[in-house]
Design a protein around this ligand. Structure first.
Ligand code: ADP
Length: 253
């Protein structure tokens, strides 16, 4: 049995009178890829930012790797990696300079070239951030979450806006990071992505968790209610056509 690495109990967040998170509870197991899904405004970012120590909660209990959020936020900061929005990087610095900058912030010494290699960007070390493609920017921002060798990384919609090849490439990267023992918490609006990538998902709506299980069990549970897709499913979809025509190779790389 794996260990619980994040435990959230009865978490509540109010913005003034408005209750954005309404007493949610969930556990994340060490080494899993856990997806937090839900419509815009459901409370995903609020929940994650509370766990990441970036936002105050109203009430409830959060424990990360045994550290209590109320008493040991600095210990939590040391063992997590949080993905910045890609707009958060100085566009005119090259990748080596940016890695140095982040390593300095974390007070860590890293081998920048090794780090860039781990996300397949070693060829771009001397390129400025603004010269990267969308997929490369996402890979770089994931690299920066790894600088402090965290036990847990938080990825916020890492594949939004990417072409199908770059999305698949990022899935492989996330799986690779997990294979090294890192726990991954990810948000996405792409259900195919959640299905491929996540061991378990929680679906949150209007501040409440309305379902939590493996993708497979959730699908089985829906089918068991008698649900059927309205259209006959073809043996391929348009994405298959696209990948078949344009190949798996990354572009703009
Ligand atoms: P999600 O990440 O699922 O899109 P959020 O956690 O960003 O949802 O937002 C949940 C709800 O809380 C939304 O209704 C949003 O408008 C509200 N909200 C988020 N941040 C603030 C804030 N700083 N002040 C007031 N309301 C906020």
């Amino acid at each position: 049995m794996s260990q619980v690495i994040i435990s959230v109990r009865n978490l509540v967040k109010k913005y003034g009178q408005f209750e954005a998170v309404k007493g949610i509870s969930f556990d994340v197991q060490e080494g899993e890829i856990f997806g937090l899904l839900g419509p815009n405004g459901a409370g995903k970012s609020t929940t994650l930012e509370i766990i990441e120590t970036l936002r105050e909660k109203t009430s409830g209990e959060v424990t990360v790797n045994g550290f209590n959020l109320d008493t040991d936020p600095n210990e939590i900061k040391k063992i997590i990696g949080v993905q910045l929005q890609t707009s958060g990087f100085y566009p005119g610095l090259n990748l080596l300079e940016l890695v140095d900058l982040f390593a300095g912030l974390y007070n860590r010494s890293v081998d920048p070239r090794e780090l860039l290699k781990s996300v397949n960007l070693e060829d771009k070390a001397k390129n400025k951030y603004k010269e990267l493609s969308g997929g490369q920017k996402q890979r770089f921002s994931i690299a920066t979450t790894l600088i402090n060798q965290p036990k847990i990384i938080f990825l916020d919609e890492p594949t939004t806006g990417l072409d199908p090849q770059a999305r698949r490439n990022l899935w492989d990267l996330v799986k690779h990071i997990r294979a090294q023992g890192t726990t991954v918490i990810i948000t996405t609006h792409y259900m195919d992505e959640a299905e491929v990538l996540c061991d378990r998902i929680a679906i949150i709506d209007s501040g409440k968790i309305i379902a939590m299980d493996t993708p497979d069990k959730m699908i089985d549970a829906l089918v068991a209610t008698g649900f059927e897709r309205p259209k006959e499913v073809k043996k391929a979809n348009l994405e298959d056509v696209f990948i078949n025509l344009t190949g798996h190779a990354l572009r703009g790389e």
